[in-house]
Design a protein around this ligand. Structure first.
Ligand SMILES: [Zn+2]
Length: 69
């Protein structure tokens, strides 16, 4: 039932994508907001950290999407 311990989530405060292994809530490393990991905020789930960080890298390297300059 607890598949995909590692989650990529989007911070509702600053919009950054980040990675966590906690199940309920985490802190955004960019703006320090406390984020409850609701399904709508979790972008993807992975079973190991390496896969997750590679996917995160891909997401971040996408030219489209939200990008603050
Ligand atoms: Zn944030």
């Amino acid at each position: 039932m607890t598949r995909g311990q590692f989650k990529i989530y989007r911070c509702p405060e600053c919009g950054h994508l980040s990675l966590t292994s906690s199940s309920k809530s985490t802190k955004c490393p960019y703006c320090n907001a406390l984020i409850h990991l609701t399904p709508s905020r979790v972008v993807a789930r992975f079973e190991n950290a390496r896969e997750a960080s590679e996917y995160l890298k891909k997401l971040k390297s996408k030219p489209s999407g939200f990008k603050k300059l």
